[in-house]
Write a protein that binds this ligand. Structure first.
Ligand code: PMP
Length: 383
């Protein structure tokens, strides 16, 4: 038997469940195989339940990473000259801004200090009509910014967008299926993610749900169509065919990942979404206590801003990035800093998906960090 690789506790990719691994390593089905069609169709149906989305919303699953899901949202909705607002909480919000600018959008960023999140009042101000520019077409925000561990509250932002006649688009790559997101109740228009985080799969799928009203915006756009692989109009009939359990082809799906997706979403939904959110909340709370007892302070500046999917932790005085290598010597992979303003000052630990169902994995992680710091191992409260 090969030696088990170290425990993967970065904020994605993550450890996957044995059942997901089994589905992923099955002999590859063709894209028209009955078991593939069934897995694809049931995955699209389950996505609406995981996203708490309306029956009228449109699910898309495309081979690619989270950046592709972001690109699809931007390319379908935004045309040159459109006014947009980005709620910026870190590295991945910067990426959204850059994408929007490349589409020729007029981008207004709402910013704050690293580790904080802009207030709804600041966002309301940015959404207000300006003299010559016309109304804002869409508001973009990152649900959990993986570079800072900051979680925003999407509900008031989606409401503000609606009040101002704008669409709302949320990047859920480090949040979807772990942090509460009620797409239908909150009236959000796009919620996008990728397979390698709280969805619980290896990397390789871009996933998004699109409201009927957002799809209309794409369908009615005046100028050129988006690039073909990104275009919701190309993909919609394919997704509808799979939901109706009919074969279809536009571009080859990542068939083994689709098998794994049906398994992974089934696991998430087995106990219901409330239980899934609570599992992540409990794991995060217990880990937070352990980090505090080890003298590690979080990057998010207030407790309510701290995500349940990862911990971004400042190195204590006298400790530097070599800590990450020492944690690995104790069998656990954690991630370094990502936000350019504080890159060398902190490290990140992921706690989402399968790992939050495995107290032993969380304990091993705390033990490895404590030993690497040369500290006594704190107890993690059970449950
Ligand atoms: N948005 C967020 C919040 C992310 O965490 C990531 C990946 N870490 C991305 C977007 C980009 O996803 P990918 O690396 O799969 O392209």
């Amino acid at each position: 038997m090969p030696e088990r690789p170290p425990l993967l506790m970065i904020p994605g990719p993550i450890e996957v469940s044995p059942a997901v691994l089994q589905a992923f390593t099955a002999p590859p089905p063709g894209h028209l195989a009955p078991r593939l069609i069934e897995a694809f169709g049931s995955s699209l149906e389950m996505m609406r339940r995981v996203w708490l989305a309306a029956d009228s919303s449109l699910p898309f699953v495309v081979a690619g990473a989270g950046t592709l899901a972001m690109e699809m949202a931007v390319a379908n909705l935004i045309e040159a000259g459109d006014r947009t607002v980005v709620v910026n909480t870190g590295y991945f919000s910067d990426r959204l801004t850059e994408m929007l600018r490349r589409c020729g959008a007029d981008v207004r960023e709402v910013t704050t200090e690293v580790g904080d999140a802009p207030s709804p009042e600041q966002v309301a101000e940015a959404l207000r009509p300006t003299g010559g520019g016309g109304p804002v077409k869409a508001l973009f925000a990152t649900h959990v910014d993986t570079s800072t561990g900051v979680r925003i509250d999407p509900e008031p932002l989606a409401a503000l967008a609606r009040e101002n006649g704008a669409l709302s688009v949320f990047d859920g790559v480090c949040a979807t299926a772990a942090e509460r997101f009620d797409m239908e109740d909150w009236g959000a228009d796009v919620y996008l993610t990728a397979s390698q985080k709280a969805i619980g799969l290896p990397p390789g799928l871009a996933m998004l749900l699109v409201s009927a009203r957002a799809f209309e915006v794409r369908a009615n756009r005046g100028s050129t169509a988006p690039p073909m692989y990104l275009d919701w109009v190309e993909w919609r009939p394919i997704m509808e065919a799979y939901e109706q359990r009919r074969p279809a082809y536009f571009s080859t799906p990542a068939t083994n990942l689709i098998l794994a997706l049906a398994t992974g979403l089934g696991e998430i939904l087995a106990g219901g979404m409330e239980e899934r959110f609570a599992l992540h909340q409990r794991a995060a709370r217990n880990l937070r206590e352990a980090w505090l007892s080890l003298g590690l302070t979080p990057v998010p500046v207030r407790p309510e801003l701290a995500a349940n999917t990862l911990s971004a932790l400042r190195f204590p005085a006298g400790v530097d990035g070599s800590l990450i290598g020492r944690i690995l010597e104790h069998g656990v992979v954690v991630a370094g800093g990502l936000h350019p303003a504080i890159r060398t000052e902190y490290f990140r630990v992921g706690h989402m998906g399968y790992a939050v169902t495995r107290p032993d994995m969380l304990e091993s992680t705390v033990r490895a960090v404590a030993r690497a710091l040369g500290r006594d191992v704190p107890a993690i409260p059970a449950g």
